[in-house]
Design a protein around this ligand. Structure first.
Ligand code: SAM
Length: 316
């Protein structure tokens, strides 16, 4: 399996690597909002920024397999520009995903507080080459009368993945300086990349991250047995990624999320794990579930996991 981090400018890299063909790209560029990056000016004139994004999206398009996918993440205020950028560079629209934040909304003076980020999912050609319909089983809402028997399909609103913001809420996953500050202000959660890679790729596919940051895409792709290439301009982040890939931290281990997708029909095909790992993932999850579900329902929920047999699930 290939898992490569390259130090450099993604645009230059794409121009010089004609043979690379990617099946899935996660595009999480700097958002041009004046964030404090080590080696990058995050405050360009908007027209310059969007021209740059168009050049990058076109180059990625040229390096993508037929039906291959791109997930372009941005601030909600830039939705129109993201959609225009992808349309203009040849991509076909599939979904506009709303990633709802768990922490409090960003207040604005006149208007509603901002509580989500967008992820535009497009493909090269009308039909995706791969799309795995994932099923999840979030805690039952008070409006839902019955326990779900086989979970539910993931929709285009993702409200079950928490962002890695500052403070105790972000937990162990964000890298920190010795003083406790987050090392990279835009580190994506492992859970987010897990959902994207599981949905839009198969084992052995090649995943691309042109703005690798802390290497979340690579660390998830590697565990899912996908090949991966990441480009990062900042040397200190490149070194961090190398270190992150060399020894898997507990907080980067995707196994604890496996039980969330247990009702997915082809889960064993798209996410290979050893039998004993499966067991420990379920054990792990029990403590998490306990916190969520109302007293008295725990037993039925655990029973549900135990009795569920994917081979008997009807094809959708
Ligand atoms: C929003 S962050 C990506 C965060 C990443 N998703 C993660 O999980 O850590 C964008 C990254 O792009 C890098 N960057 C900026 N310009 C670049 C360029 N031209 N080529 C490659 N990387 C670049 C920045 O240094 C920054 O780490």
């Amino acid at each position: 399996m290939r898992c490569e981090i390259i130090k450099g400018n993604c645009e230059e890299y794409l121009k010089q690597a004609p043979a690379e063909i990617f099946d899935l790209t996660f595009l999480d560029p700097p958002f041009n909002q004046g964030k404090d990056y080590n080696s990058y000016n995050d405050k360009m004139p908007p027209s310059e920024y969007w021209e740059w994004m168009q050049r990058v999206c076109k180059l990625i398009y040229d390096h993508t397999s037929a039906g291959g996918a791109i997930y372009f993440m941005q601030r909600e205020k830039n939705t129109q520009s993201v959609l225009d950028c992808l349309h203009k560079t040849g991509w076909n629209f599939q979904n506009l995903i709303i990633w709802q934040k768990k922490t409090s909304a960003v207040p604005i003076k006149k208007g509603f507080g901002k509580h989500y980020q967008i992820i535009a999912y497009f493909t090269k050609g009308k039909k995706p080459r791969v799309f795995n319909k994932l099923r999840i089983n979030p805690p039952r809402l008070v409006t839902e009368k019955y326990e779900r028997k086989t979970g539910m399909f993931v929709t285009d609103v993702w409200d079950d993945i928490r962002e890695l913001t500052s403070g105790y809420f972000a937990g162990q996953e964000p890298f920190r300086t010795p003083g406790g500050q987050r090392l990279h202000k835009q580190q994506s959660p492992v859970q987010l990349l897990l959902r994207i890679i599981l949905s839009s790729s198969k084992i052995g596919d090649l995943i691309f991250d042109p703005f690798a940051g802390t290497g979340t895409t690579l660390v998830v792709a590697k565990q899912l047995m996908r090949n991966a290439v990441g480009i990062e301009i900042d040397e200190s982040y490149v070194n961090l990624i190398k270190q992150r890939l060399s020894m898997l931290r507990a907080s980067d281990n995707i196994l604890r999320y496996r039980v969330d997708y247990l009702f997915t029909r082809n889960l064993d095909e798209i996410w290979l794990v050893e039998c004993k790992q499966k067991k420990s993932a379920i054990e792990n999850q029990k403590s998490v579930i306990k916190r969520y579900i109302r007293k008295g329902e725990e037993k039925s929920q655990f029973m549900q996991y135990r009795i569920f047999d994917r081979s008997k699930q009807k094809k959708d």
